[in-house]
Design a protein around this ligand. Structure first.
Ligand code: ATR
Length: 302
């Protein structure tokens, strides 16, 4: 039989998948619109790894047996998304300390005994900020929101030794609970919890904002968690964890007031890069990250 590679110059995906191909994937519900397969399959292509990545829609009731089954099937690694990032922790043989502190796991790495859980969102955010030329050390950081995404933001502030952190949330009790967890971890009163409406209590003249509420997410793109211009006059850099739309109302308000902003696409990309590195024991070079970033931007804007 003729060699297809020589005939066409390319090998189709189906011909590359074989009995020895490693499988990774995402578990969540829903998962149909996930961009993770694009990121991981592109990285596998770039590295020439015999690996495919797909998405599995898993119900809450089926979560523990899905993880057990994935291990028995020899699945190499899994990402975990909403609504399973907390519940999945009960199915693991080990949890990375920072993921344990955050209280959420988004990446499972295969070990001899079972899957070990990590939180790569926190490192994804760190690397996204670095790529924007932003570091948190000694900075005043305002976090908008106190949900799951905000927890990664707040713990990163502690890990990076931010100077002062304000956690602003509609439900102040949730902000207080998060501030307490982070302060216990940091061993000092790093975080102050405030209701969103009490932002006037922030005394600093200039700060970085991490926007981690779901406000402004497509299709509610004309909303921001804070609307008043006087707040934005003090925002030096605003990072919105949302990436659809590419420019959120929050980012526009930051820019209009003279600050710099970025959306969450690079955080999505870098949390995946971190997971890929953990699964495959490689370090993804910057040029490969940029290559995948272009594909991701095309996919988001499609
Ligand atoms: P995620 O995992 O993405 O962080 P989440 O845990 O549901 O999602 O958190 C959503 C965040 O957006 C919360 O901080 C939520 O505020 P509450 O804790 O008060 O619910 C915030 N949020 C969502 N809709 C909001 C709204 N209309 N006004 C103010 N805050 C809102």
């Amino acid at each position: 039989m003729a060699d297809k590679t020589q005939e066409t110059g390319t090998i189709s995906k189906n011909e590359k998948i074989s009995a020895t191909t490693s499988v990774c994937g995402l578990i969540g519900n829903p998962v149909g619109h996930s961009l993770s397969p694009l990121i991981h399959n592109s990285l596998a292509e770039i590295f020439g790894h015999d690996l495919i990545y797909t998405a599995f829609c898993v119900s809450g009731e089926g979560l523990l047996s899905a993880v057990k089954g994935a291990f028995e099937l020899g699945i190499k690694g899994l990402n975990v998304t909403v609504p399973h990032k907390v519940a999945v922790m009960d199915s693991l043989c080990d949890i990375d300390p920072i993921a344990e502190h955050i209280g959420a796991v988004n990446t499972l790495v295969r070990t001899k005994e079972g899957f070990k859980g990590y939180n790569t969102d926190v490192y994804g955010l760190k690397r996204a900020l670095i790529s924007e030329g932003v570091t948190l050390q000694d900075e005043t950081v305002v976090i908008l929101g106190a949900g799951g995404a905000s927890r990664a933001c707040a713990f990163l502030c502690a890990m990076e030794k931010a100077g002062r952190v304000y956690i602003l949330n509609r439900s102040v009790d949730k902000a207080r609970a998060l501030a307490k967890d982070v302060n216990d971890y940091a061993g000092k009163a790093l975080c102050t919890a405030l209701a969103l409406s009490d932002r006037g209590q922030i005394t600093e003249e200039s700060f970085i904002v991490l926007q981690a509420t779901s406000i402004g997410l497509f299709p509610d793109s004309d909303k921001a968690p804070v609307e008043d211009a006087t707040f934005y006059e003090r925002v030096r850099f605003g990072f919105d964890l949302i990436y659809r739309p590419a420019q959120t109302k929050f980012m526009k308000l930051v820019n209009d007031a003279g600050g710099r902003s970025a959306n969450g696409l690079k955080m999505l990309l870098y949390q995946a890069v971190e997971a890929y590195e953990l699964w495959n024991g490689v370090s993804v070079p910057d040029e490969s990250v940029h290559e995948v970033q272009k594909l991701l931007e095309e996919a988001v804007n499609r």
